[in-house]
Design a protein around this ligand. Structure first.
Ligand code: NAD
Ligand code: TYD
Length: 357
């Protein structure tokens, strides 16, 4: 038995692969294009581990995906591959359309061909698509949280491209019978997150004594999901989810951005008592708001709790402390990312160990 993970060198995918191989001996074929967000240094602990087969390539390359499916015959495909940062989608949406929409389409086509022709429509096969709560749009302060039946109202090029991919996945089930599962989760945080997203950016800027740029009034609200809990949810959906169903995954931890930043500052004041930048809160700088900035996201987790018995285990206060501590403890990873050295990991550390694409 094997699973194929796409986008597994990014933040959530890498956490998923590491957790998977910690908990089981089932091999993982990891197909990742290695954009700026992909980092093979995430797998330093798996060097020489034959259970992890890394292939550099694009989910939009249907011939490559078909070849990998024929060669490895995975029992499931878990699709993390995407362009994932809202701010980048505002400055240039082309790659978001290319990977999130066209890439997902090509991946679905290759998987469908394999499932229909080689696996004779094996009912136990699964295609799990990892998506976001951002497809549901923006909530007001008193609106009920997103459920699986909330109308799609994506507002950013990123969320629009993810919404499109969700619709394709749904259609491949409805029309072709492909056994798909979709998860829509809230903002993840934790180890290995690229420091363009709010939490790692604030931690690393604060450590360096740089301004902490808070967009607008800082009162936008996100629900924060610890990445380890998200990985548990994906494994649960893969194991017990009903094909064709959608599951919302949330951390039950709604926080205003400014409060998140202040908590990080407080933890750093405590953990780095000798810092010249204490109190770190003085680095907070309000900056021009993000265009089209969604006000609030919130997830109703009733369905996944009721049907699959999953709920988040790590509360925000514990998760954020663990996360800050991880960035303090892993200076090698941090320096590699900040200097750009991580992009050379493939040549320097992985030469000869990467399956040919
Ligand atoms: P990430 O940006 O850290 O990683 C994305 C990975 O996909 C990278 O390794 C990148 O190299 C790879 N990739 C990009 N284009 C590719 C392509 N065409 N073919 C193959 N690989 C490609 O993203 P993440 O934060 O780990 O998010 C993973 C998934 O979860 C995404 O689908 C994202 O939309 C979704 N999601 C993320 C969050 C979050 O808070 N990070 C929240 C909800 C949903
Ligand atoms: P982000 O981590 O980019 O995730 P998303 O936009 O997918 O929710 O941003 C989280 C929140 O933090 C969002 O409301 C935008 C805000 N933000 C800042 O205030 N400053 C920043 O530098 C960044 C990156 C985000």
């Amino acid at each position: 038995m094997t699973i194929l993970v796409t986008g597994g060198a990014g933040f959530i995918g890498a956490n998923f692969v590491l957790d998977w191989l910690r908990l089981s001996d089932e091999p993982v074929v990891n197909l990742d294009k290695l954009t700026y967000a992909g980092n093979l240094g995430n797998f330093a602990s798996l060097q020489g581990d034959a259970r992890h087969v890394f292939v550099q390539g694009d989910i939009g390359d249907a011939a490559l995906v078909s070849r990998l499916l024929a060669e490895h015959r995975p029992r499931a495909v878990v699709n993390f591959a995407a362009e994932s940062h809202v701010d980048r989608s505002i400055h240039g949406a082309a790659e978001f359309i290319e990977t999130n929409v066209v890439g997902t389409f090509q991946l679905l086509q290759a998987v469908l061909g394999h499932w229909r022709d080689t696996l004779a429509k094996d009912a136990s096969f699964r295609f799990l698509h990892v998506s976001t709560d951002e497809v549901y749009g923006s909530l007001g302060a008193d609106d009920p949280a997103f459920t699986e039946t909330t109308q799609y109202q994506p507002n950013s090029p990123y969320s629009a491209s993810k919404a499109a991919s969700d619709h394709l996945v749904r259609a491949w089930h409805h029309t072709h019978g492909l056994p798909v599962l979709t998860t829509n989760c809230s903002n993840n945080y934790g180890q290995l997150q690229f420091p363009e997203k709010l939490i790692p950016l604030m931690i690393l800027n604060a450590l360096a004594g740089k301004p902490l740029p808070v967009y607008g009034d800082g009162l936008n609200v996100r629900d924060w999901l610890y990445v380890g809990d998200h990985c548990t949810a994906i494994r649960r959906v893969l194991e017990k989810g009903v094909p064709g169903e959608v599951y919302n995954v949330g951390g039950k931890s709604e926080r205003r951005n400014i409060d998140v930043v202040k908590i990080i500052c407080g933890i750093l004041d405590e953990l780095v008592p000798g810092s010249a930048h204490r109190p770190h809160e003085k680095l907070i700088t309000y900056v021009k708001d993000r265009p089209g900035h969604d006000q609030r996201y919130a997830i109703d987790t009733t369905k996944i709790e009721r049907d699959l018995g999953w709920e988040p285990e790590v509360g925000f206060e514990e998760g954020i402390r663990r996360t800050v501590q991880w960035y303090l403890d892993n200076t090698g990873w941090v320096q590699g990312v900040l200097s750009g050295e991580y992009r050379k990991w493939l040549d320097t550390n992985y030469a000869g160990r990467v399956a040919a694409a």
